[in-house]
Design a protein around this ligand. Structure first.
Ligand SMILES: *Cc1c(COP(=O)(O)O)cnc(C)c1O
Length: 466
């Protein structure tokens, strides 16, 4: 499988190439040159497979020519072996036609483990093949950093440096990063905001000599391999509920648009997915786009669902590219206009096309709390704030006769304060994290300056090279 950039000016790469590159050189995102398509008969043969087997078969066409099937298959088995539920991604029925698919049984209790656990292994494999080492740098406001750290800890050919904003992540999220004891993991607490952290990461990538010297790489949600690794759970849910012989809808609480883009990918591969509901908190750029073709950037304010507190949904560019009939020039023009103006000029026909499949719902914090309380009262189900927004979007967009599956993206124990407010108690952390609050933390505080952060990254890498 070959990959092209959504902006048309970057080298064509294979799966290993896009894995290591992350962002394309022209500022675009990599997409498969051709989508694999499965017939109804093909889908039926996948029914009933254990999740790691299903994942290997769904991901295989994307990795073709770069990773052989047996290697991919054993990586999928290893990636999901440590999950806390034998079904890996269990479905829970909430009412007659509404289901939650729990994606939070991985080591860090959020859906990002599903892709990241595989990515850590893919990186190690490809770097061994190429006899290289890389330094993964990333900025996190919460779940991405811990998922990356858990997936990459103790991997031979990776150093990982994660920047988080000092004092601005939740305690559970911070501790999940700073209590990991592995020589190749470093945490930097930046005296600034999440946006400052992101800008510092971008500035490190833009510093060509430093980038080359440190062999920088990224595992953020624009990495194609993450999207590919998220497609299998949509396939698993759809097959379990009767696809390809029955239509299915999904609902996804959305920030960077990566998770729901994987649902779109499952549809593009041939599953009869008839609606994609996306839920936002009050940082609602996507819902405003779907409601009124208003994709304009406003300031981000903190919410109960911090992993969705963003103003630019990076992966939307991939959908835009497809809806523009893969016209990379048009896509590049719209995206540079968006950077410049803070408002995306999406052609009306494209917007209409998007709204025929995607429905948006915005839920503010008060209504999110109400939804958590209602779900617990009516269905006995404990949903974290992100999941509650997804379930509310599922209810708002339901199609009678079609089952809707809402993605449960985080374990409720990750957000104890929100749960106490909504239902009066906080669920316990699973056993493997039960002593999280007693573990020693390790992180280094750094000023919000590029030279200071680069020095800290260099020091972390040199320590391990020695
Ligand atoms: C990252 C995250 C999201 C948003 O996912 P995107 O792929 O960025 O849309 C939603 N919920 C949780 C719990 C997350 O960690």
């Amino acid at each position: 499988m070959r990959y092209v950039s959504t902006r048309g000016q970057a080298p064509i790469r294979d799966f290993s190439g896009v894995l290591l590159a992350g962002l394309a050189e022209d500022g675009g995102l990599y997409m498969p040159e051709q989508w694999p398509e499965l017939s109804a008969a093909d889908w039926r043969t996948l029914r009933g497979l254990p999740y790691p087997e299903l994942a290997a078969r769904v991901i295989a066409p994307f990795a073709e020519g770069a990773i052989d099937f047996e290697t991919l298959r054993s990586m999928c088995h290893e990636a999901y072996a440590g999950f806390g539920h034998p079904a890996i991604v269990p479905l829970v029925q909430l009412d007659h036609e509404l289901f939650a698919q729990e994606l939070f049984h991985g080591p860090t209790l959020a859906f990002k483990d599903l892709a990241m656990q595989l990515l850590g292994r893919l990186f190690d494999h490809v770097l061994r093949q190429q006899d290289r080492r890389v330094t993964i740098v990333g900025a996190t406001s919460g779940d991405t950093g811990s998922a990356a750290i858990e997936a990459c800890r103790d991997r031979e050919r990776l150093d990982v440096v994660i920047l988080h904003p000092l004092g601005r992540t939740s305690e559970v999220q911070r501790r999940q990063m700073t209590t990991v004891r592995a020589a190749n993991i470093s945490n930097l607490a930046v005296e600034g905001t999440f946006d400052d952290c992101q800008d510092l990461v971008k500035a490190m990538f833009a510093d060509a000599p430093f980038r080359e010297d440190m062999q920088l790489s990224a595992v953020n949600s624009i990495n194609w391999a993450r999207v590919a690794a998220q497609i299998p759970y949509y396939v698993a849910a759809a097959l379990a509920l009767g696809a390809p012989d029955r239509e299915i809808a999904f609902a996804v609480p959305t920030g960077n648009f990566g998770n729901v883009l994987a649902a779109w990918g499952a549809r593009r591969m041939g599953l009869p997915i008839t609606r994609l509901n996306v839920g936002s908190n009050h940082n609602d750029i996507l819902a405003r786009f779907l409601g009124a073709n208003d994709m304009s950037v406003r300031g981000v304010t903190p919410s109960l669902s911090p992993s969705m507190d963003i103003q630019v949904s990076s992966n939307f560019e991939r959908l835009l590219f497809e809806l523009l009939g893969r016209d990379a020039n048009a896509c590049a023009a719209i995206m540079t206009g968006f950077r410049r103006e803070g408002r995306m000029a999406v052609p009306d026909a494209v917007w209409r096309d998007a709204t025929s499949l995607f429905h948006g719902l915005t839920l503010d914090d008060a209504h999110t709390t109400d939804e958590i309380r209602r779900l617990y009262g009516e269905a006995g189900y404990l949903a974290d704030p992100h999941t509650a927004i997804g379930i509310a979007a599922a209810r708002a967009g339901r199609i009678p006769g079609t089952p809707t599956v809402a993605m449960a993206t985080a374990h409720p124990a990750k957000f104890p304060d929100a749960m106490r407010t909504a239902v009066g108690f906080a669920p316990d952390l699973p056993k493997h994290l039960a002593d999280l609050y007693q573990r020693d933390e390790r992180f280094r505080v750094v000023p919000n300056r590029l030279d200071a952060v680069e020095d800290a990254v260099r020091a972390a890498v040199l320590k391990n090279a020695a």
